[in-house]
Write a protein that binds this ligand. Sequence first.
Ligand code: FAD
Length: 381
Amino acid sequence: MTNPDPPFTPEHEELRSSIRGFIDRELAPHSQQWEDERWFPDEVFGKLAAQGLLGLKYPTELGGQGGDYLHEAVMCEEMARIGSGGTAAGIGAHVNIATPPIWRFGTEEQQQSYLVPAIRGEKIGALGITEPGAGSDVAGLRTSAERVDGGWVLNGEKTYITNGVRAHFIVTAAKTTPEGGHQGISFFIVDRSEGIESAKLEKLGWHASDTATIAYQDVFVGENRLLGELHGGFKLIMANFQWERLAMSLGAVGAMRLAWERTAQFARERETFGRPLSGHQVIRHKLADLAASAYQARCVTYDALRRFVAGEEPLREVTMAKLLTQRACFELMDACLQIHGGAGYMREVWVERAARDSRLGPIGGGSDEIMREILGRVLGL
Ligand SMILES: Cc1cc2nc3c(=O)[nH]c(=O)nc-3n(C[C@H](O)[C@H](O)[C@H](O)COP(=O)(O)OP(=O)(O)OC[C@H]3O[C@@H](n4cnc5c(N)ncnc54)[C@H](O)[C@@H]3O)c2cc1C
């Protein structure tokens, strides 16, 4: 085994080959079927849990593996091998955006009721922030939580929520003052219950995932379902944004590497005009550019990751990594599709799906434009 690139160590590489083996054996063979069915089975969470893959970064007392974000990072990279962005997204939403706030801000009782079963794959989570009228501008969300005897009553609508149909609980942002905004948003752990209606949306890619609208109509949640501080929701959103964006960057790094390897192999084998595609300089140079792009994505992401796990607050580096990797990944997929010619446009060839799936990157988890806005602020512009 060659020396792993820092911050990874040989221990992480062992984990990588075990995750890879599991994905190649248990998940990848079904990806086409799940994409066609527009759904991957809930049992996938149980299978992942049995391998310890839903709790890599969580403490053993809660049923986790006692690892850290670096172990999770390996998983984020390897998920590209599933070959279904939708399946990876459903798993990623559970592991990287729905459960971390419960770990960081949940009470002991909330952790026992939600995080422990989530790590066991018995309860599936979703994070509900985006609304029809509020995406990038999170402060504009309108879902309200009104105080009543013994708890809160939620009304409103969320949209584009990953795991929005299958989730047993939705970590939901709602305004807890009439004005809402930065000082008036709180989070609640909302069980799927009476008054909640979800509807799956059709989309360009990520077909196997249930991206959904969720309507809350007079949904009662008890006092003990407030997550974190009252009116402190913005802090909670910000706390996990860095990890969410790193996770997406790592996903792009894994996807780019895999796509390049497969496309280079194809270019070595496919012959036109009496020689392999890679024998044509224009294709060879394209592949060289793509290798450089994949390497650049890896370097900026690993640098941000290294700072993140060292306890820095690398807002600038994480934002740059998210911005530099997501469109680069889509562009690389598009170039790989082109190198595949007509085959690249065919449903049964991996790159057709990979190209569609990668289009979400520059939009989700904070769009490219929002990354530039953040960078503008950080850079004092
Ligand atoms: C498949 C999928 C899964 C998702 N999963 C989840 C989930 O699990 N949970 C969740 O809460 N959300 C989820 N989202 C929502 C996602 O985070 C939002 O779509 C994203 O933040 C953008 O918000 P928006 O769609 O409302 O676009 P808008 O905010 O309306 O933006 C529209 C366009 O304008 C640009 N723009 C906005 N403001 C500015 C500005 N100030 N300057 C310049 N340009 C600007 C944006 O970059 C974008 O290009 C998901 C979305 C998708 C598509």
